[in-house]
Design a protein around this ligand. Structure first.
Ligand code: AMP
Ligand code: TRP
Length: 345
């Protein structure tokens, strides 16, 4: 039985989904579909907040959509943010009830601005990067979402969203927006294969991550060269070995996981065997995803239309909220929508 609460989450179109994204977020999104009413967004407006190329953004947005479908996200739950432009209009309205002081305390803005400055001293920092969390609040509130599955790094943005909702409700004497709660599901944190003291991330470079679409050969090669240790110490497991165990468990191979962990504890484990087990478990899990992805690519047009349709359906929810919000705020409505020919690539 599905519960009535609505779940909303979103991901930036970063290109490849890597094992960190998959085990840390997407696998959980897939499971939540059977428990709640779920809406998942690919947030391309957010991806404009740091320097980017238009063709890459367009290609990555579709790639992310196809990968999510291949992972098991159902098309009716998925939308592309720029196909629901009401998000940006609501973001403006929410920006007028959001606290400037609070916005200046967002750590993700500080971190990302710092990263940009480190790569280039005269880096351009956009207003969009600063107001990013206001757009994120709009993503959540436009669907009156109750639950938002996010990692701990997004907790501050969710608190900001709640404060915006509280201030809106208070300012306009309403209880219009429900206050969204974070949904912290226990998900594994995956570390880089080449430097297991850092979290797996594409920005570290190729040796550090594995994409879910990778071929069996590359999976074996990358896992074989994953960092372990030279002096196993059952008292305190090294980050690299721990990461391999985390990966093995995340693939659902509980039996092999326990067996190898016992070997590790008794000092008889050979790391080649652990690596072999991790590689084979990943190949088993990812092969159907890679095959589904190939099937989707072969029928690209059909799947693009599916996502355009689901985005249009989800847009109806967003448009209704925006109408109500404009009424509450004293804004006016246009007489009719302007017709445009569909030239969406
Ligand atoms: P990002 O594009 O890095 O912001 O990641 C998108 C989602 O994947 C977020 O919800 C993160 O919590 C999750 N994620 C990213 N990297 C990892 C990782 N190494 N381990 C676990 N989860 C991750
Ligand atoms: N900021 C989120 C991230 O970096 C992505 C995101 C945008 C999001 N809008 C959202 C997440 C709404 C949850 C809800 O991962």
């Amino acid at each position: 039985m599905k519960r009535n609460e609505r779940v909303l989450s979103a991901i930036q179109p970063t290109g490849d989904i890597h094992l960190g994204n998959y085990f840390g977020a997407i696998q959980n999104w897939v499971r939540l579909q059977d428990q709640y009413e779920c809406i998942y967004g690919i947030v391309d407006y957010h991806a404009m907040t740091t320097p980017y190329k238009p063709d890459t953004l367009r290609a990555n947005t579709w790639k992310m959509a196809f990968q999510l479908l291949a992972c098991g996200i159902r098309p009716e739950h998925l939308f592309i943010q720029s196909m629901v432009p009401e998000h940006t209009e609501l973001a403006w309205i929410l920006g007028c009830v959001a606290s400037y002081g609070e916005a200046t305390r967002m750590t993700q803005f500080k971190d990302k601005a710092e990263q940009l400055r480190q790569s280039d001293k005269s880096a351009f920092i956009s207003v969009g990067l600063f107001t990013y969390p206001v757009l994120q609040a709009a993503d959540i509130l436009i669907y009156k979402a109750h639950l938002v599955p996010v990692g701990k790094d997004q907790e501050q943005h969710l608190e900001f969203t709640r404060n915006i909702a509280v201030r809106f409700n208070h300012q306009f004497h309403s209880d219009y927006f429900p206050l969204p709660e974070p949904l912290f599901t226990e998900t594994p944190k995956i570390k880089s294969l080449a430097d297991p003291t850092r979290k797996m991330s594409k920005s570290l470079g190729e040796k550090h991550y594995l994409s879910i679409l990778e071929s069996p050969d590359i999976i074996r090669k990358r896992i074989r060269s994953a960092v372990t240790d030279t002096q196993p110490n059952p008292e305190s497991i090294s980050p690299g070995v721990e990461n391999l165990f985390t990966l093995l468990r995340a693939t659902g191979q509980e039996g092999i996981y326990s067996e190898l962990l016992n070997q590790y504890r008794s000092g008889t484990l050979r790391y080649v065997d652990l690596k072999e087990a991790v590689a084979e478990a990943l190949i088993k899990l990812l092969t159907p995803i890679r095959e589904r992805y190939a099937e989707i690519l072969a029928n690209k047009k059909y799947y693009k239309n599916l996502i355009k349709d689901s985005s249009a359906d989800i847009r109806n929810i967003a448009a209704q909220t925006l109408r109500e919000v404009k009424d509450i705020c004293g804004l006016l409505h246009a007489a009719r929508t302007v017709k445009a020919t569909d030239q969406n690539p």
